[in-house]
Write a protein that binds this ligand. Structure first.
Ligand code: ADP
Length: 475
């Protein structure tokens, strides 16, 4: 079975969040269980700065194609590790679209990613990859099913290809003015309520949902939540209509890369040597210039966005009996809140307004608790990393957080986190106070840690489910 995964980011080449993690890990696991999968993504400028990656990058071919009202050229590069079953990555080099400082955030993003979708379809024929399924992700590749059914399906090479669209976050939809349809190569018939029209504009994600053969999203609870107004961002109606072709599959994480026992960390530890995790905490506190006060250390590694519930964090965390470290970047209003919290919680709070994977890992590994007060959370990876490192998650009961974390019960000694229901500051405060209580009850605290470390959220399980749905789709 041949699959092409189309994605706007893929770790370790490019990454801004969860999609990059998923695109980096899932194909490796699928490949191990016999799926012949390639991944296609843009060749961003930032990739060109990564020397070790560039050493293995090979120019394969070039593609000239009509795109909207003009012709566009790009070079196709490939990257593959030497080991058996390694995944081939295909990169699209077009300096106009992708040689930019950031991955997202430009006025012509709709065009940059429409081009990704277009080239993804062109490339399979060009390199003679007889693909059965094209697996698209979020709005950035949601034009693939539309282009396929509009144009390519007429050719023999494409006629049996099926498409899957995975929603990693329904909030981002790729909305553009209807006058731009021509620029992405579609005629006015697509400005139609049955197709891409959405409140007078064009909604690329909506088109992808309508035209793809199957939709998946990244947890069961989120698959249900997005049928409701509260979580639907205007698309709940159409999602409800398409309910029969939507499946929820929870994300995994790469247990080979994320491994407190073996990966590169200042101090390694395991479920048998949690005292070493405590040593790691001491070193981390030093690095963060926080005093070692013996209070529980709560960590956050997050986009500073409304979705993540940053507005709900009580400002005076000092009074709650914790030390808090927040690593994140994002909206100015939240960056200012973090700066303010640093002033009012001197010595007990550290805010680092950066994207830093190394520090992120240390926060996941050595904090006592990991806080995710999300308003909605399609899957969430932070809580899964936390479990792997024996850091007890404090989460709101929503989306993937509901599906992966269960509240610790002192009687049964089951459960691995602290779960609160409401999207309110008082609920977050309750969660934090519960963590302080649990931290003091050493036997229960250790049990919650161990329960989490014994869970298996590696991709093994979810990759099998993806394989099964691929097989069913092409039957
Ligand atoms: P989302 O994709 O909605 O941002 P997820 O929890 O699914 O949230 O994934 C976020 C990923 O991005 C995690 O791997 C997290 O560690 C990483 N991340 C977020 N912010 C930062 C940061 N400032 N520095 C390092 N890694 C970060």
């Amino acid at each position: 079975m041949n699959v092409l995964l189309v994605t706007s980011e893929v770790k370790p080449f490019s990454e801004t969040g969860g999609l990059g993690d998923v695109a980096g890990a899932l194909p490796k696991y699928l490949s191990k269980i016999g799926v012949n999968i390639k991944v296609i993504s843009p060749f961003y400028y930032s990739i060109k700065e990564k020397k070790s990656i560039m050493k293995k990058m090979k120019k394969k071919t070039s593609i000239k194609t009509s795109f909207g009202n003009k012709k566009e050229n790009c070079n196709i590069y490939t990257y593959q590790e030497d080991n058996k079953n390694s995944v081939e990555y295909i990169f699209i080099e077009n300096s106009w679209y992708y040689d930019r400082e950031e991955i997202y955030g430009y006025a012509d993003d709709y065009k940059r990613f429409a081009y990704l979708s277009k080239v993804a379809l062109e490339v399979v024929e060009k390199i003679d990859f007889k693909v059965d399924i094209i697996h698209c992700n979020d709005w950035q590749s949601a034009l693939v099913p539309i282009y396929l059914k509009n144009e390519y399906i007429k050719k023999d090479f494409y006629k049996n290809i099926k498409t899957i669209l995975t929603i990693h976050n329904l909030q981002y939809q790729g909305i553009m003015n209807k006058d731009k349809l021509g620029e992405v190569g579609l005629d006015e018939s697509y400005f139609n309520i049955e197709k891409l029209e959405f409140f007078g504009e064009i909604n690329i994600l909506k088109g992808g949902l309508v035209f793809s053969d199957l939709i998946t999203t990244v947890s069961n609870t989120y698959a249900k939540e997005i049928q409701k107004e509260e979580f639907g961002f205007g698309l709940n109606g159409i999602v409800k209509e398409l309910e029969d072709k939507i499946i929820g599959i929870v994300n995994g994480i790469d247990y080979e890369v994320i491994d407190p026992e073996k990966e590169e960390l200042p101090i390694n530890f395991s479920i048998e040597s949690l005292e070493k995790k405590e040593l790691g905490k001491k070193q981390l506190l030093k690095k963060l210039k926080l005093n070692d006060t013996g209070k529980p250390l709560v960590g956050m590694v997050t986009r500073l966005a409304t979705q993540k519930g940053i507005d709900l964090i009580p400002e005076k965390t000092k009074d709650l009996g914790i030390q808090l470290v927040v690593l994140g970047t994002g909206e100015e209003i939240f960056e200012n809140k973090i700066k303010k919290m640093e002033k009012i919680n001197k010595g007990e709070f550290k805010g680092i307004l950066k994207y830093n994977s190394i520090l992120a890992k240390e926060i996941f590994a050595y904090s006592d608790f990991f806080l995710m007060p999300s308003k909605f959370e399609p899957c969430g990876l932070g809580q899964l990393y936390a479990l792997r490192y024996g850091t007890v998650p404090i989460v709101r009961n929503t989306g993937g957080l509901s599906d992966t974390i269960s509240h610790y019960n002192r009687e049964t000694m089951k459960g691995d986190g602290i779960v609160f229901d409401h999207s309110l500051e008082s609920a977050v405060e309750w969660g934090i106070l519960e963590s302080v209580k649990l931290y003091k009850e050493k036997e229960h605290f250790k049990k919650a840690i161990k329960n989490g470390m014994e869970k298996d959220y590696s991709w093994n399980n979810s990759a099998e489910i993806y394989k099964e749905i691929y097989i069913n789709l092409i039957k």
